[in-house]
Design a protein around this ligand. Sequence first.
Ligand code: NAI
Length: 270
Amino acid sequence: MYNLLKGKRGIIFGALDENSIAWKTAERVHEEGGTFVLTNAPIAMRMGTIKDLAEKTGSQIIPADATSVEDIENLVDKAVEILGGKIDFVLHSIGMSVNVRKGNHYTNQNYDYTQKGWDVSAVSFHKVMQVLHKKEAMAEWGSIVALTYMAAQRVFPDYNDMADNKAYLESIARSFGYFFGRDKKVRVNTISQSPTPTTAGQGVKGFDGFIAYADKMSPLGNATALDCANYTVSMFSDLTRMVTLQNLFHDGGFSNMGVSQAVIDYFDKE
Ligand code: NAI
């Protein structure tokens, strides 16, 4: 451990269970000396085991539905009070598609569901940043990260409307990142992570084939949730102060591959 986040305060959204990327991130941030509040939707608190994580990391939990500006305002006020100062880092690790959950194909959307998924998965990021910006709750040289997936750029048919949500999310990171950088010296980035076996990940149809394919295509193999946590820690640290408005691929090299020998061998019958 390197004490990379010593003295830094943050908010971590989206730890549901020990597989969650946010869970691993909270553990790693704690090990690196950061303090934080944990938050999740009230319903997820009942389903998940976030209390164990809070105990383990000496953190408090503040429930907030990330689509509710009122909840986020309450969260930010309490976080600043509990942590004793402005916020240095924020992880947005939230995603949910009602169309995916209900098994609606991309060509057969229920638009009420589309809107709900968009609000939860993308607009919530704008809401979080708008509240932090208005309340002047971010410390100078703070760092805000949201998690995304490459379906924002390329076609992965079963990723469904989450592909569109991720494209929107990445755009918000750039657009808000400009104002946050100019006004507060705060950086905003998205990390585009390999497929990862979590509750949200496994909701994608054909996930097992999908994750195995990505692994075979990537020279380094798939990045795990722990790898992602480590990368996020580096993005929260002072070592990455000039990185902003970026969509950072954290995928073992997948995004720049055309085809790998392992995949060719799989199809080569001779
Ligand atoms: P997860 O299921 O553990 O986390 C998703 C979280 O979103 C849960 O904690 C859930 O309670 C929370 N959430 C849902 N609705 C909410 C609301 N209204 N308010 C507040 N929180 C809400 O799954 P995972 O994989 O850790 O997901 C974290 C992020 O990583 C998501 O943005 C996901 O899209 C992204 N990601 C995941 C990949 C994967 O293959 N698992 C790959 C690339 C990105």
